[in-house]
Design a protein. Structure first.
Length: 498
């Protein structure tokens, strides 16, 4: 992981040293504040030569002319200044960070023509810088580049110039907490499975206690006592014992029912006896993307002291091939008492979630449960990699998630549930089987989960296509994207805080 860039906020002024970034609207139009950083007009002269017209995301970069005392001058296109939304400011932040991957002092002038950028724009821009600056470099040991020059992995320092640095700093405290949550989720997803088993994952969650999150870790013994036969069946082929983490953040009124988030944490999914093909199996180190999102979200909520009571339940197992692995045809009894015929040991995520959802409902009676899981390849066939699948028994919750998805650009697309699909998982030999037929694989997986939520308002996000390996963007260049943290933080902020 790269270390985090430092960010500070000042009232707008003309920078005297270091690097300067300004924004340009369409036709290369700049604010007065931006123009005053380019007294010789060198930047504006460069616009037509570089074919730069201020189009959103385009950029021009110059070595600052003599006498200005500056290093580099960068102009970034912001397109139509009047129509910029919160997420556009994140992207602009990403574009800024893309220019400064090495240690440097960077002043960013946020103003646009006709737009005196204030606190919220500056804060979103800063958050975009942080999100883009993430990279996973923990296991890169080379100290020199190809030319023998030392590689300096220290981050840049950004000073954001706006009309209201006090408001910016305040808004950024929130955005910073959320960005930290995203970084945490990305780190967990990128970490290889030899380094991050269930026990190690649980130990990392313990660190959330520093933010006053209550962290309880259930061991195999606890789960046996609770009757979590579905989860334990998956875990039994691994030499690494399972864990279940129970995270509680109490920032709301003591009597308010909590909201609950449940994550699939399969630290590695070999498929078990129904083993996966070799090609691409390494990606299954990321089969804990749901768990990572819940961890990142709980970090975000606690770090920004969200006024909500929130619970995070994370089921941690490894799905391995072994003499003690569960077999196709085995029948397990879940904590709910319902029995499951395991016809394919690679459909393991739903078995883990079945017990996690049931436990959550029974212990906390939450207002709603949202689970996140890299659950099916089928959701990628249906939706590709730019929407997560959304399944829900509650139209209001589903609508709110869709809205939060548009606001954060962590987009979700609602998929159907229904009795026709539900019956596809009825089993001859037990209450249900863990796979449906050939068609609608993401839906039958969701139907399976629904059998463990009763009438609690519930949503399932199938993030197999979005949590890892999704196309990189202005604000994410990492394999593990941290998908879900910003989405759910937004959902909570917009609807569930006192
Ligand atoms: N973890 C996988 C789903 C997955 C696939 C996530 C690719 C990310 C990328 C899940 O446990 C799985 O193996 N699902 C099977 C279900 C099938 C056996 C019914 C699948 O999708 O093939
Ligand atoms: Mn699997
Ligand atoms: Zn899996």
């Amino acid at each position: 992981m790269a270390s985090k860039p430092s960010i500070s906020f000042v009232r707008r002024a003309v920078p005297k040293k270091g690097n300067v970034v300004v924004f340009s609207a369409e036709q290369g139009e700049m604010s007065e504040a931006a123009r005053s950083c380019d007294p010789s007009g060198a930047l504006q002269r460069a616009f037509p030569i570089a074919d730069f017209s201020g189009k959103f995301g385009a950029s021009v970069e110059l070595i600052a002319p003599d006498g200005a005392g500056l290093d580099r001058l960068v102009a970034i296109g912001a397109g139509k200044a009047a129509s910029l939304k919160e997420h556009d400011w994140l992207k602009l932040g990403g574009a800024v960070a893309a220019h400064f991957r090495k240690p440097a002092d960077v002043s960013v002038i946020v103003d646009l023509p006709g737009l005196e950028a204030g606190g919220s724009e500056a804060a979103s821009l800063a958050a975009g810088i942080l999100l883009r600056a993430y990279s996973f470099e923990k296991y890169k040991t080379k100290k020199e580049d190809g030319d023998g020059k030392p590689i300096d992995r220290k981050p840049a320092r950004f000073t954001i110039h706006s009309s209201d640095p006090v408001a910016a700093k305040k808004a950024f405290a929130v955005a910073d907490a959320v960005s930290d949550g995203v970084w945490l989720a990305r780190d967990l997803v990128n970490e290889p499975a030899n380094m991050l088993g269930p026990v190690e994952f649980a130990a990392q969650l313990k660190a959330l206690e520093q933010l006053d999150v209550k962290v309880e870790i259930l061991t195999e013994k606890d789960m046996k006592r609770l009757g979590m036969g579905a989860l334990l069946g998956v875990a039994q082929g691994s030499v690494r014992p399972p864990r279940m983490a129970v995270l509680e953040w109490r920032g709301g009124k003591p009597r308010n029912q909590p909201v609950a988030f449940i994550g699939k944490g399969v630290v590695f999914d070999s498929g078990g006896i129904s083993i996966k093909p070799a090609a691409g199996m390494e990606d299954m180190k990321g089969d804990m993307g749901g768990a990572a999102a819940v961890a990142g979200l709980m970090h975000a909520l606690a770090a920004r002291k969200a006024r909500v009571n929130a619970v995070g339940i994370i089921g941690l197992v490894e799905n391995m091939v072994d003499g003690n692995s569960q077999r196709p045809g085995d029948i397990v009894t879940s904590m709910s008492g319902q029995t499951v015929e395991v016809l394919n040991t690679d459909a393991e995520g739903r078995l883990v979630l079945a017990d996690a959802l049931w436990y959550c409902r029974q212990r906390f009676e939450p207002q709603f449960m949202i689970n996140l899981a890299t659950l099916t390849g089928a959701i990628m066939v249906a939706l590709g990699q730019s929407h997560a699948g959304l399944f829900s028994n509650d139209d209001e919750l589903a609508g709110r998630l869709a809205e939060a998805g548009l606001a954060t650009q962590e987009k979700v697309w609602r998929m159907p549930l229904g009795a026709e699909y539900d019956k596809l998982i009825d089993s001859k030999n037990a209450d249900m089987k863990n796979i449906g037929g050939r068609y609608g694989g993401a839906i039958t997986a969701a139907q399976f989960l629904q059998r463990f939520v009763k009438d609690t308002p519930w949503a399932h996000l199938d993030i197999a296509g979005t949590a890892m390996g999704s196309p990189s963007s202005e604000i994410n260049q990492s394999w593990g994207s941290g998908f879900g943290v910003r989405l759910l933080d937004r959902l909570v902020r917009d609807h569930y805080e006192a």
